[in-house]
Design a protein around this ligand. Structure first.
Ligand code: DAH
Length: 346
């Protein structure tokens, strides 16, 4: 090996390397080429191995020439790298192009079911008078649903509630929220002001105004000296908050086994107030709930002395309230969960 030969080897390595660099098809090939040319065991190192055989005075010259070759190769690799990178980026941008003009997918916002919404509205009115919401079970026992509400077995009043029984003796699906009164009386001490909203079940033929499944909101207030006048004042406030401040209301005599006296609470017809009206018939009044003074027997079943405590109770159907407020004419809509209906109550 002499100086001339080594210099030729360096030059031919450089020429070949520059050509290969310029022709590298992609970044991966370029990286492999860099290793092959300049790596520890690469071709440049291979050529320089011959340097040891040269006379000492020739070695610095070869070293300098080798550096120039290395720099030339590095520059060629870098140049090709930049070109490839630009092209690859452009390719990727093209491939992963986003069409920002495509219309977005709508996000569907949920809403409360109108029965739930109506119960919330009712609870908010009574909350202003200190009533708290309490839950009671949907599967009840005969005693609590009927007997302790002054409806003994075989009492003709049982005909008012068409009951669904479960296959555990003495157990049934509650026909109203009134058994919640018994549970509250047995577990809370007066003064009591509670609302008992919940699902009820009856063995009913379903039509526009009857469901086998529906909600009720029960109210109960018990204290010393509670009167029918307190009940009327409270229900007036409720009717005005729900149907409009100027609405007239009235009590009519009613019958429930668990209240004495019992009343029906009417609001002036919302549609017309006159004869022939589709909402009220000819009366001009619409009944919105049943109520009365808690029967002494019920207070006793609840563990209270009726000589000391009096109370009133009321029960209403939130679906009925919602139907009157929104002009809905078919109760079945509340059970069908057709989005076209339920979405209207946001
Ligand atoms: N539980 C009765 C029903 O389902 C409604 C009712 C009437 C509840 C009068 C009461 C009440 O608390 O005092 O028909």
């Amino acid at each position: 090996m002499d100086l001339a030969q080594l210099t030729r080897d360096l030059e031919s390595l450089r020429d070949e390397a520059l050509g290969q660099a310029a022709a590298a098809p992609d970044s991966a090939a370029l990286a492999a080429l860099e290793l092959e040319l300049l790596g520890k065991k690469g071709r440049l190192t291979g050529v320089l191995r011959g340097i040891g055989a040269l006379p000492a005075e020739d070695r610095p010259g070869v070293g300098a020439a080798a550096n120039t070759v290395r720099q030339a190769i590095e520059a060629a690799l870098a140049e090709r790298g930049a070109a490839l990178h630009g092209g690859e980026l452009a390719d990727r941008l093209e491939r992963e192009r986003l069409d920002v003009t495509t219309p977005g997918r709508p996000i569907r916002r949920g809403s409360l079911h109108p029965s739930i919404e109506a119960m919330g509205d009712i609870a908010r009115v009574f909350a202003q008078f200190g009533f708290v919401v309490v839950e009671s079970p949907e599967v009840e026992d005969d005693r609590t649903n009927f007997q302790m509400l002054n409806i003994p077995p075989d009492h003709p009043a049982r005909d008012l509630w068409d009951t669904l029984y479960v296959d555990v003796p003495g157990r049934l699906l509650r026909t109203h929220t009134s058994p919640g009164q018994i549970r509250v009386l047995q577990s809370m001490a007066p003064p009591i002001r509670v609302l008992l909203p919940g699902r009820c079940f009856r063995y009913e033929a379903v039509d526009a105004s009857h469901g086998f499944e529906f909600f009720q909101v029960e109210g109960l207030m018990v204290d010393e000296g509670t009167t029918l006048g307190d009940l009327k004042g409270l229900l007036d406030q409720f009717a005005h908050a729900t149907f409009g401040a100027g609405k007239k209301t009235r009590f009519r005599p009613g019958y429930y086994p668990f209240t004495e006296p019992s009343v029906a609470f009417d609001v002036e017809c919302l549609v017309c107030g006159g004869p022939g009206c589709p909402a009220c018939g000819r009366t001009g009044w619409i009944t919105i709930l049943g109520a009365g003074m808690v029967h002494p027997v019920v207070l006793q079943y609840g563990g209270l002395d009726p000589e000391r405590y009096q109370g009133f109770a009321f029960g209403m159907g939130p679906e009925r309230i919602s139907m009157l407020r929104h002009g809905i004419t078919d109760l079945r809509l509340f059970l069908e969960n057709d989005l076209r209906f339920v979405e209207q109550f946001r």
